[in-house]
Design a protein around this ligand. Structure first.
Ligand SMILES: *Cc1c(COP(=O)(O)O)cnc(C)c1O
Length: 396
């Protein structure tokens, strides 16, 4: 998955432009910047690649989620439905706005189960946030129907699935809003960075203002700009955007390598009895950043994971025991461990997740192993790896 593996001359050239002009900020300093607007250029490229009207860069994927939620009007007490299998950033963004993260079960796609979402909707629900974990996607059509029926916003967290698609649309562009992360370990990287995409002008303008202290960005004198509403600082720097600009140009090259490596390994595992693969919804194309497969029982999965580690196959994750990606280990959320006071709404209405029944999610995640697909492997290394994995898994 990580773009940092292929960091090179193109990235250096873009960053050097910024260093030469000395303008590290994305706004203002028109005279000094020698025509370099790296954040703007990356936004233009992202709009084109994702086929959306608008794209806005921010300082991280977490910031993108926070700004996207804020841009859609999410505030204190509103409920956002998200999956039990995700990254902590998903609920952090919700909590940052005083809103309430409502966890819902996943299905064979390893992302939000539409039936669980339907059950979780209340009169307080404002957003449904599917998270396209490990390079593949939620079944977005039924989720969109639920959102349309209840007047909810569909926000895709595509931080781990940039470049994948669903029914011909790039992931992130199907919903009302889509978010990407360009942190150091994502498919393409800015070092730190993120972006949101949308076709909704109001959400875009809200995001553009909100992520820069509420600045209206009208005219050419930053000091004279007014603030139509309260905002915050989630700006990206030109240095980060310059890096991302070069990486975005290489996205399709990276995806091709990932698909090739993924396919070699998948072909080696497919004939093995007892191994199944995560369900990709009809019309979906993965970005191939991970290969996720399932075994028939938790015990077999645990021993397979151990076996892979012992055989020196690195980069394979057993999410069921993982501290970052599965609800079972989110003790800080369950026990509301906050430095300061949480909003009254969160204190009163955050469900007690230590008591929650997510056995449907457990059914999938306890049997899933996901293996990272690297860009830097040689053909020989991929084949070696596939052979090793097949040997370990057939022996069990
Ligand atoms: C990485 C990630 C984020 C957060 O991105 P950062 O840039 O690290 O803040 C959010 N959601 C998912 C699913 C991620 O993998």
């Amino acid at each position: 998955m990580p773009g940092f593996e292929l960091f090179g001359e193109q990235e250096k050239k873009e960053v050097q432009d910024v260093l030469d002009s000395g303008v590290l900020m994305r706004y203002g300093f028109d005279g000094m910047r020698q025509g370099h607007w790296k954040a703007r250029e990356m936004e233009t490229a992202l709009r084109a690649r994702m086929d959306t009207k608008y794209a806005h860069l921010v300082s991280s994927g977490t910031a993108a989620l926070t700004v996207a939620l804020a841009s859609a009007g999410v505030g204190a007490g509103d409920e956002v439905i998200l999956p039990t299998f995700t990254f902590v950033a998903s609920f952090e963004a919700v909590l940052a706005l005083g809103a309430i993260p409502i966890l819902a079960d996943i299905d064979a796609t390893l992302t939000l189960d539409p039936q669980a979402v339907e059950k979780a909707v209340t009169h307080k629900t404002k957003v449904v946030m599917p998270v396209h974990m490990c390079g593949s996607m939620a079944d977005l059509e039924p989720l969109k129907t639920i959102c349309d029926n209840h007047g909810l916003v569909l926000l895709e967290d595509a931080c781990q699935a940039i470049g994948g698609s669903y029914k011909g649309k790039p992931l992130g562009s199907f919903g009302d809003l889509g978010c990407f992360s360009f942190d150091y370990v994502k498919t393409i990287t800015c070092g730190e960075g993120g972006a949101l995409i949308t076709n909704n002008e109001k959400y875009y303008l809200n995001a553009d203002h909100y992520s820069d202290h509420g600045h209206d960005h009208l005219g050419t004198d930053r000091g004279a700009e007014t603030h139509p509403f309260l905002g915050y600082n989630y700006r990206i720097s030109e240095l980060h955007a310059a890096t991302g600009l070069a990486q975005l140009r290489r996205l399709d090259e990276f995806l091709e390598i990932q698909e090739r490596n993924y396919t070699v390994i998948r072909k080696a595992l497919e004939p093995i009895d007892g191994i199944t693969f995560r369900t990709v919804p009809e019309g979906g194309v993965e970005n191939y950043s991970f290969l996720s497969f399932l075994l028939s029982t938790e015990e077999k999965t645990r021993s397979s994971h151990k076996g892979l580690n012992a055989a020196g196959v690195d980069g394979c994750f057993y999410w069921f025991d993982n501290n970052w990606h599965y609800y079972r280990k989110w003790e800080h959320l369950t026990h509301k461990k906050s430095l300061g006071n949480l909003s009254q709404e969160v204190k009163e209405r955050l469900p007690d997740y230590s008591q929650a029944d997510f056995s449907k999610s457990d059914h999938w995640i306890s049997r899933t192993i996901s293996c990272l697909i690297k860009l830097s492997w040689t053909e020989e290394e991929v084949r070696e790896r596939a052979k090793k994995m097949a040997a370990v898994l057939s022996a069990l």
